[in-house]
Unconditional design. Structure first.
Length: 357
C-alpha cells in the first residue's frame, strides 16, 4: 500500500456535536486504479477532488456500484468494523452483475482497516454515532462508446454519521413505480438504482409521506423494499420479511436482524408479504408494526401506511413492546462493544495497522 498522509488535517474543524451526515469527509481516502486488465497499487491519500472529464464512462453508461458500512468506537476508544466480509462479498456480487472487475479481499479489507486506523480521530463516540464508510467502484475510461469500460477506480471515502430518523415516518405503498424488475439489477448496489428511486419518492413526499414501500413490478401485490431499506412486518408475534432475490438487496442489517430475532426466540418467516394481507391485518388489529432496516438508518419505524388513498395508522408501541426497537438495541449494543459478540461479527481495527500492510 502506498501511503501519503495529509499535512493539513481538518480534524480541528470537526465538531462531533454539530455536523450533518454525508457532507463531512475525513482527512483521507483510498483509491486504486484498474487498467490493462489488472488492479494497480492501493493508495491511501489525502481526501480531495480527482481529475475526470464528462466523457468518463461511469457517468455516461452507469457502470458504478458501492457499499455502505460503518466503523464504531467504544467507550475505551477501541475501533471496530461490523461484518465487513459481507460487504466485500456483496460489492463483488454487484460488480459482476455490472461487468465490473472484482476487487480482491486484500484491497477491500486492508484498505478499510488502514483508512479507519489513520483517521480514527474522526469517529465520534456515543449513542447513534459512527463513521460511515463508502467503498465504491466506477468506470473511468474516457470514451463515448456503449460498451464495457477498460478502466476503473476503486475508492473508499468516509463521513462521520449520527442517527438518520429519530421519529416514526409515514410511507406510501407503491401501486405504480417499482424499484427493480425481474432480470434487472435490484440485487446489486448499483448507483442507478438510487437515481431511479428519487422521482417516485419525491411524488410520495408531495402527498405527505416520507418514504415508499416498493412493491413487485409485475402486480404491485407484494412488498419488496422500503426506500433504500429492507422491510419487516410484524403480525401478532411473528416477523415477516421478503426473501432476497434478483430484485431485493441482501442487506447486512437485514440478515443481522433475522439472526438476532431467532436468538431471542422470535419467530421469523422469510417469505413473500402480500399487500392485501398487511392491509387486512391492519384492519383486524393484528398488524403490530412495520419497519425498515439499513446501514445508514439502522431502523426506521413506520407510523402509517398509505394505500389506495387511505392512510392506515399503525400502533404506537413502547420500546419494550416493539420488536423493531428491541432488535435495534441488540444490534447497536453489538456494534458498539456493549454486549458479548456470540456471532463473531465485530472486527477490531488494531492501532498502527499501517505498519503491517
Amino acid at each position: 500500500m502506498i501511503i501519503q498522509k495529509t499535512e493539513n488535517s481538518r480534524i480541528s474543524t470537526f465538531d462531533p456535536n454539530n455536523f450533518s451526515f454525508g457532507d463531512t469527509f475525513i482527512d483521507h481516502m483510498i483509491i486504486c486504479e484498474y487498467e490493462n486488465g489488472k488492479w494497480g497499487d492501493v493508495k491511501l491519500v489525502p481526501y480531495g477532488p480527482l481529475q475526470f472529464t464528462p466523457a468518463m464512462m461511469g457517468v455516461n453508461y452507469g457502470q458504478a456500484c458501492f457499499e455502505g458500512m460503518k466503523a464504531y468506537k467504544d467507550k475505551d476508544g477501541q475501533v471496530f468494523l461490523f461484518r465487513p466480509e459481507k460487504n466485500f462479498e456483496r460489492i463483488n456480487k454487484s460488480a459482476k452483475r455490472l461487468a465490473i472487475p472484482e476487487v480482491t479481499e486484500e484491497m477491500f479489507l486492508d484498505g478499510l482497516k488502514a483508512l479507519v486506523d489513520l483517521d480514527r480521530a474522526w469517529i465520534p463516540q456515543g449513542e447513534g454515532m459512527s463513521l460511515y464508510l463508502r467503498p465504491l467502484i466506477f468506470a473511468t475510461e474516457e470514451v463515448l462508446k456503449a460498451r464495457v469500460s477498460n478502466k476503473y477506480m476503486f475508492a473508499i471515502v468516509a463521513s462521520p454519521a449520527k442517527s438518520y430518523y429519530t421519529e416514526p415516518v409515514s410511507v406510501k405503498i407503491s401501486d405504480h413505480y417499482s424499484r427493480a424488475a425481474s432480470g434487472g439489477v435490484g440485487s446489486a448496489k448499483a448507483a442507478g438504482n438510487y437515481a431511479a428511486s428519487f422521482y417516485p419518492t419525491q411524488l410520495a413526499i408531495e402527498e405527505g409521506y416520507e418514504q415508499i414501500i416498493w412493491t413487485d413490478d409485475a402486480t404491485h401485490e407484494y412488498f419488496e423494499e422500503s426506500g433504500t431499506m429492507n422491510v419487516f412486518v410484524r403480525i401478532n408475534d411473528t416477523i415477516y420479511t421478503p426473501p432476497t432475490s434478483e430484485k431485493i438487496l441482501d442487506g447486512v442489517t437485514r440478515d443481522s436482524f433475522i439472526q438476532l430475532a431467532k436468538k431471542r426466540g422470535i419467530e421469523v418467516k422469510v417469505e413473500p408479504i402480500a399487500v392485501k394481507d398487511v392491509v387486512a391485518a391492519q384492519k383486524n388489529g393484528t398488524l403490530k408494526e412495520v419497519w425498515g432496516v439499513g446501514t445508514a438508518v439502522v431502523t426506521t419505524i413506520f407510523q402509517a401506511l398509505g394505500y389506495n388513498g387511505d392512510k392506515l395508522a399503525l400502533p404506537s408501541l413502547s420500546d419494550d413492546e416493539s420488536y423493531a426497537a428491541i432488535l435495534k438495541s441488540d444490534l447497536v449494543n453489538l456494534q458498539n462493544n456493549l454486549s458479548e459478540d456470540t456471532f463473531g461479527w465485530r472486527v477490531l481495527v488494531e492501532k498502527q495497522v499501517l505498519e503491517t500492510v
